[in-house]
Write a protein that binds this ligand. Structure first.
Ligand code: FES
Length: 103
């Protein structure tokens, strides 16, 4: 297992919401989708848009800048103009704390 880094409390992240956190000098986007948490790189691989500000539909997030879509579970790029996926990270919930597992 990698390092577990606390990124938020559960209260900070209601279902349907996302936040970003700086972890090991990387910006990570953390999503709450129906009570399940997901973490991917916050920076869109097209031109750097902030994925935590994107619209969610199921487990798909749409980049707010030019509309590329990513799977928040795997980080895979699903739709243009981004063709490269982002890294995804395991999320652990311990009590009220949301932690991201960094490699
Ligand atoms: S920066 Fe995300 S689609 Fe362009």
């Amino acid at each position: 297992m990698g390092n577990l880094i606390k990124v938020a409390n559960k209260n900070d992240l209601a279902p349907g919401k996302a936040i970003s956190a700086s972890v090991n000098n990387k910006e990570i986007a953390i999503f709450n989708i129906d009570g399940k948490f997901y973490a991917i790189d916050n920076e869109c691989t097209h031109a750097g848009g902030p994925l935590c500000e994107g619209e969610l539909g199921g487990t798909t997030v749409t980049c707010p800048w030019h509309g590329a879509t990513f799977d928040v579970a795997s980080g895979a790029a699903l739709g243009a103009p981004a063709f490269t996926g982002v890294c995804s990270y395991k999320v652990h919930v311990e009590g009220d704390e949301i932690k991201v597992e960094m490699p």
